[in-house]
Design a protein around this ligand. Structure first.
Ligand code: ADP
Length: 494
């Protein structure tokens, strides 16, 4: 295992990938750098896997699915995933340091990166163990007379999981563990900017669990071609993906030739509708915080705030005060709640969109640039843009930065129209003193979820996903587990 430790807490992850039970480097020995976004320094390296490496991983996953008992032996899967849960608990602090190193997220905010996914492994192990794979639906009429029908839930087969860099360890777990527990075999392709969240999961599976060779593979690579090859490979039955809508479209197109099942969790541009009777001091500080805590690098974040014209200035003042007091800086310092953007390129994209917003008529209330006291690291100031035209790029495109756009409205109907004026439909929020009124508005949002007055729709036991171009299918809940299963309908004589 290759590790590097420094006093700052920076910790490099494993350079290797996992193919057919072997932790390995790519044949040529090629590696790529992993940069710590808070210092802009190279923290270590990862092996630069190729399309050929991917092909070997897919072959191994295919063999493990077709020729071993993995897909049929629920108790063995339960044993392996319970082992994995224990192993992840053992590695928790190491995983936390690696995550802060490659993502740059504040150490104080790592609960959703580390604790949540570890808990999730135990959850899926229980769900998968208790699931009724064979269900008797009783007697049905058919043209030939009555027939008894059974449903059998089969794993889909070889699942390719392609993950992004914003919450990498969580998403690696969320995309692969329910798939494994449902009896599939998996090839994981982690994001280039955060290879270690994937390689460490591979190392732990290989060294600390009985998961058989070929059942779980991780192909680390700096090339988009590897993800593209995975999504086009005819030996792969399903792709599960979290990332941008543009890449989601490419994956859907690549999978079309073999009619792959696809589970896509894509972009979002969620709106928070603040109705005119809302308690602004309860709703808005949290809204500003949500924009900053992951440096805005979250698909569900309500990044468009819609304020009633009658309370516009009051609302803006609260958002501004929260953003101006927000603790931004070194992610290793536990008092900070916002770290840097993940890369130079992402920061440039965020700053470019802010400039575009201002050019299109938005008013810069606070932020808009790089914090003067943080010249090193890819930091962006918490940024508030007011008077934003709902059709402007800054209101239509996902920014993935600590940026809130604010647009005024006069009536509830107008607010709903503005909120739904988006290619995305992931999430939404409504705040009002009248819960029924808020619910009426929330039901008219064309989104996969909505939170009312600070309630939380997101959690392991409830479906999560997007409408419109925010995705296909649902994660979490029983719906999420069943995404990784096919239904076989059996007819028997009465
Ligand atoms: P970003 O643009 O922010 O890097 P993406 O959605 O492009 O986000 O990336 C998410 C994941 O998709 C990464 O693992 C990346 O390697 C992978 N990826 C990028 N392009 C493709 C593609 N054409 N087909 C499949 N996967 C891809």
């Amino acid at each position: 295992m290759t590790t590097t430790e420094t006093d700052s807490g920076v910790l490099a992850g494993d350079e290797r990938m996992l193919i057919d039970g072997e932790l390995q480097l790519t044949g040529s020995g090629a590696t790529f750098d992993v940069v710590h976004p808070a210092t802009e320094e190279v923290a270590g390296r990862a092996t630069d896997g190729t399309v050929e490496d991917l092909g070997r991983a897919v072959a191994a996953a295919r063999r493990a699915f077709d020729t071993t008992e993995w897909s049929r032996d629920v108790e063995f899967r339960y044993h392996c995933l319970t082992q994995l849960h224990t192993a992840l608990e053992r590695n928790k602090e190491r995983l936390r340091r690696i995550t802060v190193t490659e993502v740059g997220c504040p150490v104080s905010m790592t609960g959703s990166h580390i604790e949540s996914p570890i808990d999730e492994v135990a959850h899926w192990a229980e769900i998968g163990r208790n699931f009724e794979y064979l269900q008797d639906t009783g007697v049905h009429q058919s043209l030939a007379g009555p027939s008894r029908r059974l449903l059998h839930y089969d794993p889909v087969g070889v699942v390719g999981a392609i993950t992004p860099w914003n919450v990498p360890f969580y998403l690696n777990v969320a995309e692969t563990v329910p798939a494994l527990m449902a009896g599939n075999t998996v090839v994981l392709k982690p994001a280039q900017l955060t290879p270690w969240a994937g390689s460490e999961l591979g190392r732990i599976v290989a060294e600390e669990t009985d998961i058989p060779a070929g059942v779980f593979n991780v192909v680390v690579s700096n090339a988009n071609e590897v993800g593209a090859a995975l999504s086009a490979d005819p030996r792969v039955d399903m792709i599960t993906f979290t990332g941008s809508t543009a890449t989601g479209r490419a994956i859907l197109a690549a999978g079309a030739s073999t009619v792959k099942r696809t589970l896509l969790e894509l972009g979002g541009k969620s709106a928070h509708i603040v109705l005119d009777d809302a308690d602004l001091t309860a709703a808005l500080p949290m809204a500003a915080m949500l924009a900053c805590i992951m440096s805005g690098q979250s698909c569900v974040l309500p990044s468009r705030i819609l304020l009633p014209r009658s309370r516009y200035d009051e609302g803006l003042a609260i958002l501004q005060a929260t953003m101006e007091g927000f603790p931004v800086g070194d992610p290793w310092d536990p008092k900070n709640m916002q770290g840097p953007q993940i890369s130079q390129g992402q920061r440039a994209k965020v700053l470019g969109l802010i400039a575009d917003g201002i050019a299109s008529g938005a008013r810069l209330v606070t932020g808009g640039g790089v914090p003067s006291d943080l010249p090193v690291g890819y930091y962006v100031q918490p940024t508030l843009l007011a008077d934003v035209d709902p059709d402007a790029r800054v209101a239509q495109e996902e920014i993935f930065g600590p940026v809130l756009t604010v647009t005024p409205f006069d009536t509830d109907d107008e607010a709903i129209t503005i909120a739904n004026n988006s290619i995305y439909g992931l999430a939404g929020q409504v705040s009002s003193a009248d819960e029924d009124r808020a619910l009426t508005v929330a039901l008219r949002l064309r989104t996969g979820s909505a939170n009312i007055n600070g309630g939380q729709s997101f959690g392991l036991t409830s479906p999560f996903g997007g409408t419109k171009q925010s995705g296909l299918g649902r994660r979490n809940g029983l719906h999420g587990f069943q995404e990784y299963l096919e239904i076989k309908t059996l007819g028997l004589p009465v």
